[in-house]
Design a protein around this ligand. Structure first.
Ligand code: PBG
Length: 327
């Protein structure tokens, strides 16, 4: 009783009801994390031209956006800060009254049920736009992870539930874990950008976060898009160092990597970041009438979850929830 004519796979596709009974992958609000750009200067707030639908907010005018997210039962936000002043060391990243520390306090006062994840990197805070401390045009690893540890501690003190180091420095998770633990923040979790590629899909983000490198690129720390086996080494290292959740970034061009991590580390929670370029490509094609935005966005998000992601960081978060609820 193997094949045709007894076996007809189309039987399970013949009506919406039966298709929904046999559907393997479902999306809901709990699958999403909403990224937010927070600016210090009011004149920097407003729409991001390369990411239609995305805005930059000041801490003072953040509540409305948080309401949109919380009322849709999206469990978490991921914060990126754009400071008023940048310097060579990125010192505003760890300033106690820095823009992200203030944003975290505000959100935790007003929206206790929303988990706050703070991106930990220096690129938005350095005047050269690199992710760490630079000497002789090189990003120094060990000095940089100390700065990440200070930054993570500042965010933990402000009330962050999770910190998310995104700089791809060696030892960054270990350095952050021990600094958090030494100061009594054992319960602050680490979502590590464990597998982050040197991708051209980050273009629009660099406008949104004002963090394009002034010289050179990020290929001495971010991974070569050609490599998948190396991703297992990155993931294993970060788990050993104490990462609670792993991330693969970008998402759609790296579904094999997501699936590979899911198989290799079955017990590790796995996040995937649908990055700015993935978002803007869909928006641009839809604006031209070339694709159906809703269908393409939901298909992309479904494929990311099907590949093995437990949670997806996406600029479509609120919109996707509305689409899924029939809007
Ligand atoms: C670095 C960081 C970047 C993104 C998230 N964190 C940019 C980079 O590595 O150059 C990109 C996210 C996106 O493209 O949506 N702090």
């Amino acid at each position: 009783m193997s094949g045709f004519p007894k076996r007809r796979l189309r039987r399970r596709r013949l009506s919406p009801a039966v298709r929904s009974m046999t559907r393997e992958t479902r999306l809901g609000p709990e699958d999403f994390i909403a990224p937010l750009f927070i600016v210090e200067r009011p004149e920097d707030a407003g729409p991001v031209s390369s990411m239609p639908g995305v805005r930059r907010h000041t801490v003072e005018r953040l509540d409305h956006e948080l309401e949109q997210i919380a009322s849709r039962r999206i469990p978490a936000v991921m914060l990126f800060g754009i400071p008023a002043k940048k310097d060579a060391k990125g010192s505003q990243a760890y300033a106690a009254d820095g823009v992200i520390a203030r944003a975290i306090r505000r959100i935790k006062e007003t929206f206790q049920d929303t988990a706050v994840i703070a991106d930990v990197c220096l690129c938005e805070y350095t005047d050269h736009g690199h992710c760490g401390i630079v000497r002789d045009d090189r990003v120094l690893n060990d000095e940089t992870i100390e700065a990440y540890a200070r930054t993570a501690l500042a965010y933990a003190r402000a009330g962050a539930d999770l910190v998310a180091p995104s700089g791809m420095m060696d030892g960054m998770v270990a350095s952050i874990r021990s600094s958090l633990d030494d100061s009594g923040f054992q319960d602050v979790a680490i979502l590590s950008y464990a597998v982050k590629y040197a991708s051209s899909f980050y273009g629009p983000f660099r406008e949104a976060a004002d963090c394009a490198p002034a010289f050179g690129d990020r290929r001495t720390h971010q991974m070569d898009p050609a490599n998948a086996r190396e991703a297992l080494a990155e993931a294993e290292t970060d788990l050993d160092e104490g990462a609670d959740i792993l991330m693969v970034k970008p998402a759609l061009a790296y579904l094999d990597v997501i699936a590979g991590l899911r198989r290799a580390f079955p017990s590790a929670p796995l996040a995937a970041y649908q990055v700015s370029g993935e978002y803007s490509m869909i928006k641009a094609a839809a604006a031209n009438g070339w694709i159906d935005e809703r269908r393409v966005a939901l298909e992309s998000l479904t494929s990311i979850k099907r590949a093995g992601a437990d949670t997806i960081i996406t600029y479509f978060a609120t919109q996707a929830v509305d689409w899924l609820s029939g809007g």
